[in-house]
Design a binder for this molecule. Structure first.
Ligand code: ADP
Ligand code: MG
Length: 632
């Protein structure tokens, strides 16, 4: 027609489109995220504009609909994404979709073009490329758009922007269908042959859930067809009636998209006019019902006031968002500000199980359950160099920032101040949550210890900045009780006691350790001895060496001091005994000279006649075993 206006793309746009198609090939699914996010923006703009001009939102709910229409014969198909948002005039169609709207985009192009490998898709997948990502899946795109009737524009006309992937031009023309949209934008993607998987509504629903399901502030509906086999006319009619009633109910509530299509489509392959008697014995009939399923029924949980969210809701959200069907052990829902104006809302969860890889492949294990969103749109799970320390990497976090540029290059994102602070913010909240549970819920804290006890100790070893807090959270078995912290130990220490006693031997249980001859006298005299039963315990004790300035003493090593003895008298006693037993000691020294370095009279034994101990600066028997195991 004569009113079709043909435009050449700005050279940059043509270039960008090509790059996008080539470099993001393996991430083509992001098209949906981008288009839903644009639809969301358009609705948001309309909502804000309508604050001044309330008439703008008349006639239809603010929503997003997605419909997949396979071509007959299954050779192709299209996806239609609609919103009832602010729409675009023909000038805006040209300016917004035919030129580079964002300054950040140019920067992005040069980054990707500079990437010789040409397809660092992993990195790029995290970023917003906007409308052009349509061409990842479509060889032709048509955008019909109609701005709302307003005082400034009382009679808008629906226009179409149309472009094919291989063309260097696009067209803008009045929609021959007229103003059928009512208001907003409709994007029709004519799918490429290698993108037909997106006609599958299950796939589409998954993608929305993954990228934008919990993020759009407006309802997102997906058109779904369901074909059922029914036995006879009566059943078909019943199904039709049921469906019609549902539709009517929905329309009443005004929470379903408006649609011209029939609610029920009958498959006429079976001759419906046939008289009852002439029908085959079991006449089967395919009845296809259609419905709009609401993909994001509730507003994102993290955006709500924690006071109004029940425990059950937190658990349900956790189950579906993090795909972990065991209830979480605990959570904390918080908001904050990065200090330079970026506000955020977040929920941090403690899962009730650890992934197997955590201990199996400790070096490779990297968390994938930290979800960074910007204005409710998922951006990335990969914080790069800002990632959480390993000891904290198992938490599941959703964090939604108010304000981060979407179209930024990876380096810019990595250097973003907010991202740099993120790790600190999350670790701080995690520690607070653990401390709170320690104080308020001993039973839950037992569970935490069972699951994360070793990890807390690992953190105390590795994370020097948070060592003090983590050390306080650590628990040990002793000869007197099952769960002792260093602080509890110190409260229980005997008068005059100047050392924190501990004993560890690889592979031994607490029960076995408490029977050890090394601990005999201490235990008999009522001292508490920390029993190191986990490999990480010995590493932690080796790292800390003392707690609140009180040194650790391995009771299997020399240097043990009892607090309740008179050192002078002790020394005299020791000398007397050494004198008395000199012949025995000399005899033992010569007999065992290849096995031991020295033989001394000891005061640490109660029931056992003798013990072989390590030097205070030597290896303990435990470490010696480890050494010989790794040498063989
Ligand atoms: P961005 O969203 O980052 O601005 P896009 O390429 O995604 O970049 O979109 C370019 C512009 O096109 C948007 O800024 C907006 O003005 C316009 N636009 C895109 N989709 C829609 C839509 N569904 N409704 C109204 N305007 C839209
Ligand atoms: Mg966009």
């Amino acid at each position: 027609p004569a009113d079709k206006v043909k435009h050449d793309y700005q050279s940059d746009v043509a270039r960008l489109r090509k790059i996008v198609i080539n470099s993001l090939y393996s991430h083509k699914e992001i098209f949906l995220r981008e288009l839903v996010s644009n639809a969301n923006d358009a609705l948001e703009k309309l909502r804000i504009t309508s604050l001044k001009e309330p008439g703008l939102t008349e006639g239809g709910e603010l929503n997003i609909t997605i419909k997949a229409i396979p071509e007959e014969g299954g050779k192709g198909g299209k996806i239609i994404i609609r919103d009832t948002g602010i729409g675009m005039s023909p000038e805006e169609l040209t300016a917004n979709l035919g030129t580079l709207a964002k300054s950040g985009t140019s920067e992005f192009i040069s980054k990707v073009e500079g990437d010789e490998a040409g397809g660092n898709g992993n990195l790029i997948g995290a970023f917003g490329l906007g409308f052009y990502s349509s061409f990842l899946v479509a060889d032709r795109v048509e955008v019909a758009s109609l701005p709302p009737k307003s005082k400034k524009n009382p009679s808008p006309v629906q226009h179409v922007f149309a472009s094919s992937a291989d063309e260097s031009s696009f067209e803008v023309y009045p929609d021959p269908r007229g103003n059928v949209l009512g208001r907003g934008t409709e994007i029709t993607l004519y799918l490429k042959d290698d993108a037909l998987e997106y006609l599958d509504t299950v796939e589409l629903a998954k993608l929305v859930a993954k990228h934008s399901g919990f993020s759009s502030s407006f309802p997102v509906y997906l058109y779904e067809l369901e074909t059922k086999e029914v036995e006879d006319e009566e059943a078909a009619a019943a199904l039709k009636a049921e469906q019609a009633a549902k539709e009517a109910a929905k329309k009443d509530k005004k929470d379903a998209p408006e649609d011209e299509d029939e609610a029920v489509v009958e498959d006429e392959s079976d001759d419906a006019d046939k008289p009852e008697a002439a029908a085959p014995p079991t006449p089967m009939k395919n009845v296809t019902t259609e419905r709009w399923s609401h993909l994001n029924a509730s507003p994102p949980l993290w955006q709500r006031d924690p006071k109004n969210v029940s425990d059950a809701e937190y658990t349900l959200f956790y189950n579906s968002y993090f795909k972990d069907f065991k209830p979480p052990l605990g959570w904390t829902h918080f908001s904050g500000d990065s200090g330079d104006g970026v506000g955020f809302k977040a929920i941090l969860y403690l899962p009730s199980q650890l992934p197997d890889e955590f201990w199996q492949k400790p070096m490779e294990y990297s968390p994938h359950d930290l979800k960074l969103l910007v204005k409710r749109t998922f951006i990335t799970s990969d914080l790069g160099e800002n990632k959480l320390p390993k000891w904290a990497s198992w938490v599941k976090v959703v964090i939604d920032a108010d304000d981060l540029p979407l179209n930024v290059s990876r380096e810019t994102l990595q250097n973003n101040r907010f991202l740099k602070q993120l790790r600190g913010i999350i670790v701080k909240r995690l520690l607070q949550l653990l401390q709170k549970i320690e104080k308020e819920d001993p039973k839950k804290f037992d569970k935490i210890q069972e699951l994360y006890g070793s990890i807390i100790k690992l953190g105390a070893v590795e994370d020097t900045k948070n060592r003090e807090k983590l050390t306080k959270l650590a628990r040990f078995k002793t000869n007197q009780r099952n769960d002792t912290s260093f602080d509890m130990y110190l409260e229980n220490k005997k008068q005059g006691q100047e050392q924190i006693f501990y004993l560890g031997e690889m592979g031994k249980t607490a029960e076995e350790l408490s029977q050890s001859i090394f601990a005999e006298k201490l235990i008999a005299r009522g001292y508490e001895v920390l029993l190191l039963t986990e490999p990480i315990d010995e590493v932690l004790f080796g790292t800390l060496r003392e707690y609140k300035k009180i040194p650790f003493q391995d009771v299997a090593k020399a240097g043990l001091k009892f607090g309740d003895e008179d050192p002078e008298e002790e020394k005299r006693e020791q000398e007397e005994l050494t004198e008395k037993f000199k012949p025995l000691i000399d005899w033992l020294k010569t007999e065992a000279k290849d096995q031991v370095r020295d033989v001394v009279i000891s005061n640490r034994l109660v029931k056992s006649p003798c013990a072989i101990v390590a030097e205070s600066f030597g290896y303990t028997a435990n470490v010696q075993k480890m050494m010989s195991a790794s040498n063989s």
